[in-house]
Design a binder for this molecule. Structure first.
Ligand code: ADP
Length: 357
């Protein structure tokens, strides 16, 4: 096992800069997730660590060894891709053993290692099958097993769950987490799925257009997004961004004034009349219920919206509404029993302590 350090890594393809000024240090044994929209440079970073891509400039260390000029084979990293690429003519056991056989490991050790890996991934009963006799989830576990069997210093996973259907994806995600807890191998995991990022990561690196936007623990990224890109990328449904204007005593949103406390005003440094974006998470908005607010009147502000789409999800209801004046979309996460109809006017309670300016 080893730490992974990137210092000002840059990669250009002809005149296109894929990643720039990428600097972070993953301590030994941690699980880090690179997240961001398609094309933001996640795979390029992973491939650079793997040695499948060469940095244009900057330094890459695994442990305390400079790796820039070390070939992929000698880096002692294992990479798993979304298309698991198993050898179709080999059995599961042979697939798991392949990397070890290539390294001329003692056959007895190989045999033991295969069994240990198969046990930890619940593949024991499948060892004699060929890949095409397996489900997608089982194939993905074999791909992971093949990587684990080598006992690499670093695990690199590139969207390993994206080809699985929803249920299997949840199960495999939980298995991955457990596996990491058991093995403690330093892991870099790429995904565009922010649920995977939130649930798996010790630290999340949010990327956009080849640059790091924020590095932090999942809860920190969620509660204190560094900028608008992070705020709208993390969270599902995403944070609402409402155009607002600062007026005496509050925020004017769509002609409706949300009062803000003197305390909050003091921290904002806004000029009266100044326009800005107000961020509010869907779960910080509720349907107006005067009884619940009794005694807490100052903590909420009312906002009137018009309902467009209602999506019952079992445990909760997602409501897509708009501000009547400007048509700006407001997503609301409401209780399962709340069922407004499209066209209804709803009065919302916005939790004033949960606003982002
Ligand atoms: P992500 O994994 O976040 O989707 P990538 O790392 O694959 O993003 O790509 C980042 C940027 O680099 C994109 O603009 C992509 O088009 C570009 N890029 C990646 N690989 C190459 C390549 N081999 N040649 C030219 N451009 C590339």
């Amino acid at each position: 096992m080893a730490s992974v350090s990137l210092e000002s890594i840059k990669r250009k393809f002809n005149n296109v800069t894929a990643i720039e000024d990428i600097t972070f240090n993953i301590p030994d044994g941690e699980f880090w997730v690179l997240v961001g929209p398609s094309g933001c440079g996640k795979s390029t970073i992973l491939r650079t660590i793997a040695g499948l891509e060469t940095a244009t400039s900057g330094k890459l260390y695994i442990g305390d060894k400079l790796m820039n000029n070390v070939p992929a084979r000698q880096r002692d990293v294992a990479m798993v891709f979304q298309n698991y690429a198993l050898y179709p003519h080999m059995t599961v056991a042979e697939n798991i053993a392949f990397g070890l056989r290539m390294r001329k490991v003692d056959p007895k050790v190989v045999q033991e290692r295969v069994m240990t890996v198969a046990r930890s991934l619940a593949l024991e009963h499948l060892l004699e099958r060929k890949p095409k006799q397996l489900s997608g989830g089982q194939q993905q576990r074999v791909a992971l097993g093949r990587a684990i069997a080598r006992q690499p210093q670093v695990f690199l996973l590139d969207e390993p769950l994206s080809n699985l259907d929803a249920q299997l994806r949840d199960d495999t995600r939980a298995e991955l987490k457990e596996l990491h807890l058991n093995l403690g191998i330093t892991t870099v995991y790429v995904t565009h799925d922010q649920v995977e990022a939130m649930t798996l990561a010790d630290q999340i690196v949010v990327l956009n257009r080849g640059r790091i936007q924020q590095i932090g623990e999942p809860q920190e990224i969620y509660a204190k997004p560094a900028n608008r890109m992070v705020a709208t990328f993390v969270g599902s449904p995403p944070m609402n961004i409402l155009p607002a204007k600062y007026v005496a005593g509050g925020f004017d949103v769509d002609g409706q004034v949300l009062p803000v406390s003197g305390d909050m005003q003091g921290k904002l440094h806004l000029r009266e009349g100044q326009g800005f974006d107000l961020g509010v998470r869907p779960e910080s908005i509720s349907i107006n219920e005067p009884r619940r607010r009794e005694g807490r009147e100052g903590e909420f502000a009312e906002l009137v919206v018009e309902v467009k789409v209602v999506e019952p999800l079992g445990r909760e209801t997602l409501i897509r509404a708009v501000l009547p004046g400007s048509g700006v979309v407001v997503n609301v996460q409401a209780g399962a029993d709340v069922r407004p109809r499209p066209g209804d006017r709803l009065v919302l309670d916005v939790d004033l302590s949960k606003l982002f300016v």
